[in-house]
Design a binder for this molecule. Structure first.
Ligand code: PLP
Length: 410
């Protein structure tokens, strides 16, 4: 297989300095993108330029640097709005990442609303960050957590989902793309069904936004969460999109500077959206870097990225299926570019170590989705996850490294 002629993979790779690295004297093959992607020089430069030329705290100073920083910070919010097609910029809240975005909704939207016997509906394929915040809020309120099962292929049992939706359900929270299985969930169908019963839906888009165009208005998602570091941006920054009407009615998540209009000991008036949810000095460089990352993704085009990654997925699936003793976990019909697998004779952690010796970075573990591991009766899997810069040649290296691992353990 070759890479498509229109998709200039060489020039894309050239933008990512780290891809030139050698690991154990072998060229790096970075297939751990589901955990975190690498950064193009455009993102690194944007952060460097901020610190070298424009940096100060935002929203507080009248001096030039503070205004320049504020403009760069606010510009990034405009970019996020466009990227996910939110109706307005103040529906975009900057957080530390998907995890914080979900915790914000759990504590600020769900907690005041929930009472004993109410239900939150999630699925069996959630990342821990879309399980534990709901368990905490259920403990706090007496609500119950209900779980939609998945089938052997790793797809949601939609019939069960519809059966579990009822008048006690106060929120559905569902992952768009599973980080452990690669399954792309039919979130539009899920949202439509929930809305049919006036139930709002949060979508965990951590693994979707980097790999496919997302339009929160077309989906009619009530909340949508994602992380900067999985879309070629910095760590420590993420987004919570929320519909204005819901966000306006929610109390602040944290108290502090920036989220207030006025403070006295008698009482405090909260700031307007989005600042009401951004207490304290934000991750200014992270936000600016995220803006640059979205510019970069837009330049390449999410359609082209999705097509390229789909090609890689098809090629890798057929290559890995040819390997005796390898079992792919997660064979949904709608799948994003990642493959979880186990080997008969080798523990996933040993696979990870052996592949590293060949320069191949994969993740080995439970991927913060222990219920998925339990569902398939495995303690862990090895996971190869693809990004815009991966090549067909790298898949060949992966397949050869797996075969070598199997031979070593024979
Ligand atoms: N949801 C999914 C599907 C993920 O894959 C991840 C991270 O792996 C998260 C949530 C949590 O993201 P973060 O650690 O950036 O908050």
């Amino acid at each position: 297989m070759t890479n498509s002629a229109q998709y200039d993979i060489a020039s894309i790779r050239n933008d990512f300095p780290i891809l030139g690295r050698q690991i154990w004297n072998k060229p790096l093959v970075y297939l751990d993108n589901g955990a975190s992607t690498q950064h193009p020089k455009q993102v690194i430069e944007a952060v460097k330029d901020l610190y070298e030329n424009h940096y100060s705290n935002v929203h507080r100073g009248v001096h030039t640097l503070s205004q320049e920083s504020t403009n760069l910070y606010d510009d990034a919010r405009v970019k996020v709005r466009g990227f996910i097609h939110a109706a307005c910029v103040h529906e975009v809240i900057f957080t530390r990442g998907t995890t914080e975005s979900i915790n914000l909704v759990a504590q600020s939207y769900a907690r005041p609303l929930l009472k004993e016997g109410d239900e939150i509906l999630i699925t069996h394929m959630e990342h821990h960050s879309n399980i534990v915040p709901w368990q905490i809020v259920c403990e706090q309120t007496g609500a119950k957590l209900k779980v939609v099962p998945i089938n052997d292929a790793g797809e949601l049992e939609l019939g069960h989902f519809l059966e579990l939706l009822n008048e006690k359900t106060k929120l559905v929270s569902v992952v768009h793309v599973s980080n452990a299985l690669g399954t792309v969930n039919p979130v539009k169908e899920i949202i439509d069904a929930a809305h049919g019963m006036d139930i709002p839906v949060l979508v965990d888009g951590a693994q979707a936004v980097p790999h496919m165009p997302v339009d929160v208005q077309a989906l009619d998602a009530d909340f949508y969460a994602f992380s900067g570091h999985k879309i070629y941006g910095p760590t420590g920054v993420g987004v919570l999109y929320g519909k204005e009407k819901l966000l306006k009615a929610m109390p602040p998540y944290q108290g502090g500077g920036d989220m207030i209009l006025s403070v006295s000991f008698e009482g405090t008036t909260y700031n307007q959206l989005p600042y009401k949810f951004e207490a304290g000095t934000p991750n200014i460089a992270g936000v600016v870097g995220l803006g640059a990352a979205l510019d970069y993704v837009n330049k390449i085009g999410l359609g082209a990225i999705a097509a390229h990654e789909h090609g890689l997925l098809m090629y890798a699936t057929s290559k890995l299926q040819e390997i005796d003793g390898l079992r792919i976990i997660g064979e949904a019909e709608q799948k994003a570019g990642l493959i979880s697998f186990v080997l008969d004779a080798v523990h996933p952690h040993d696979i990870g170590t052996m592949l590293d010796a060949e320069g191949v970075a994969v993740r080995a573990g439970h991927h913060c989705a222990q219920p998925v591991m339990e569902r398939y009766g495995v303690p862990a899997t090895a996971r190869a996850s693809f990004a815009m810069y991966n090549t067909y040649q790298e898949i060949d290296v992966l397949a050869e490294a797996i075969k070598k691992t199997i031979n070593m353990f024979k």
